[in-house]
Design a protein around this ligand. Structure first.
Ligand SMILES: [Zn+2]
Length: 337
């Protein structure tokens, strides 16, 4: 059987990731299902090797079991896919490396996604080996933490990530990739008379049981695109527009409460309506709606250090996924970088 073009080009991508040769070799063996797993060892030397999974000890250790179906590994995949804001049906590809790679497209994200998938498989493999040789105990949090660190360090070593983005990476890999790319591929905005840029987004979703899932997310950068602050929290809004406003006002209150940020701020939202409301209010028009106008909103309108700017969602530096993530959180997460 010859190697067809797409097959070799797939492997070329893997070799181009600049990961250690032993990891490339591991991937090769993984993809061809020739790793020395218990099932194989047991079939060769039945008296010396148990066929059972090294992690759970219950089921037979096949490639599919060890990397996908083992209960611990399944939990790892679920947290991992949530981290990348991906649907769980990604897990239906039966473990084919290249099908997995194809789940996320887009130049800015692709390499980080591939690296993360490889970090996951490699981490499971190391965890399995350490379980055998030093009886190391694992849980999914520990494993996912290792995956995040490993993938980040590999990307850093390959010059595809910046050290300052580590805290964003751990909660929002897409946002950190977008920010990294924006920084290194040139800007598409001209920011006039601004010292800091804030990005905010609200996510608001009516669930099938009629309950609401609302989240807010923000980040702040300086003009060199250095990340200064990130935030993700459940929200209280009653509509998508209110969620956008809640996120924007949260960003505003964080800035005025902080003692480290001084200057002129441009706050970005992807709600054109909110931008319009703000501009009208600043121009002195009274709100037509009988919305209960929040005190923070009135303060923001009066505060001349702040401007509001509409941007498209893909320019929000990951505030959108921080908002989505916030909707699933029990409590808020914030970090000054
Ligand atoms: Zn197992």
């Amino acid at each position: 059987m010859g190697l067809d073009d797409s097959f070799t080009s797939h492997w070329r991508k893997v070799w181009s990731l600049r990961i250690a040769p032993k990891i490339s070799l591991f991937l090769w063996k993984y993809q061809h299902d020739i790793l020395p797993i218990q099932k194989v060892l047991n079939s060769r030397v039945p008296l010396k090797f148990s066929p059972n999974c090294s992690l759970c000890g219950i089921e037979e250790e096949s490639r599919a079991h060890l990397f996908w179906n083992c209960y611990l590994v399944r939990k790892v995949w679920i947290v991992f896919l949530d981290w990348w804001s991906l649907n769980r049906n990604v897990m239906n590809g039966h473990g084919d490396l290249f099908l997995l790679f194809r789940c996320l497209k887009g130049v800015a994200l692709r390499e980080a996604w591939h690296t993360s998938v490889i970090a996951l498989l490699w981490t499971i493999w190391l965890a399995r080996n350490e379980r055998i040789f030093s009886k190391q105990d694992w849980n999914e949090e520990k494993l996912v933490w290792l995956i995040k660190i490993r993938a980040f360090e590999w990307l850093l070593a390959a010059g595809k990530m910046a050290r300052g983005l580590e805290s964003l990476w751990k909660v929002n890999p897409r946002g950190s990739c977008l920010l990294f790319n924006k920084k290194h591929k040139g800007r598409d905005f001209i920011w006039c008379n601004t010292n800091f840029i804030g990005y905010s987004d609200g996510s608001w979703k009516l669930l099938p049981d009629n309950s609401v899932r609302c989240g807010v997310g923000c980040c702040i950068t300086d003009l060199e695109d250095n990340l200064i602050f990130i935030f993700s929290s459940p929200g209280k809004a009653n509509s998508p527009l209110e969620a956008e406003r809640e996120a924007l006002l949260f960003l505003y209150t964080q800035i005025i409460q902080s003692s480290q940020l001084h200057g002129i701020f441009t706050l970005c939202t992807n709600s054109k309506v909110l931008e319009k409301q703000f501009l009208k209010a600043r121009a002195g028009y009274k709100e037509e709606e009988s919305l209960n106008i929040l005190e923070d909103w009135e303060n923001l309108v009066k505060d001349k250090r702040f401007k509001i700017q509409f941007v498209f969602r893909d320019k929000l530096i990951g505030a959108d996924s921080l908002a989505k993530d916030g909707g699933k959180r029990k409590k808020m997460m914030q970090a000054w970088c």
